[in-house]
Design a protein around this ligand. Structure first.
Ligand SMILES: Nc1ncnc2c1ncn2[C@@H]1O[C@H](COP(=O)(O)OP(=O)(O)O)[C@@H](O)[C@H]1O
Ligand SMILES: [Mg+2]
Length: 168
């Protein structure tokens, strides 16, 4: 079994087009420049058929991995809807959260740090049975001890919010 990286960072956002992949690419490049072995995973991705690149391609270019390693080919949905809805429109069997977690396969040599970008926002369904709400099942399965960082009212400094203060 491939070992989970020593640290796993989940990149979730309040919606689509809020900069998740942008931030993820820069984190991955900075970690690798610092000499860390980094890996990126996107459990499922939806996109418009005409999009020039997909998140898996962008993340893979930043982590040094193939796009189909970052996101399994059967979880690529060329319909700009949340993954379970896109699967239904395409006549494909939608995944469950258990499926998605089971398909996050890390590199055989333990990475120092792993990054997972979820689809859409924290309230977007990732699978037929749930999303990526902080403290939710998917987040708890992917990250060992979930912590939340955001850029709140502090003029741009990352803020640590204990789970009790998250309000979800
Ligand atoms: N901090 C930023 N500065 C400039 N452009 C950004 C920034 N964050 C995101 N973008 C641009 O906004 C668009 C959406 O960002 P993206 O990272 O793909 O969002 P998401 O992954 O949340 O859907 C992209 O065209 C990206 O280049
Ligand atoms: Mg993205």
């Amino acid at each position: 079994m491939s070992p989970r990286p020593a640290v796993v960072v989940l990149v979730v956002g309040t919606g689509t087009e809020v900069g998740k992949t942008w931030v993820a690419e820069r984190l991955l490049r900075a970690w690798r420049a610092a000499g860390l072995a980094a890996a990126a995973r996107k459990p499922a991705q939806s996109f418009a058929p005409g999009d020039a690149t997909t998140d898996a391609e962008r993340l893979g270019a930043a982590s040094g991995e193939g796009a189909e390693t970052v996101c399994a080919p059967h979880r690529w949905y060329p319909v700009p809807m949340a993954p379970p809805m896109a699967a239904e429109v395409l006549g494909r069997v939608p995944s469950t959260l258990v499926d998605l977690v089971g398909e996050v396969i890390w590199p055989p040599l333990q990475a120092d740090i792993g990054l997972v970008e979820t689809a859409g926002g924290v309230r977007s369904p990732q699978a037929v049975d749930g999303g990526a709400a902080p403290g939710g099942w998917l987040v708890r399965r992917l990250a060992r001890r979930p912590r939340t960082f955001d850029r709140g009212q502090t003029g741009g400094s990352p803020v640590f919010r204990p789970r009790s203060a998250q309000g979800w």
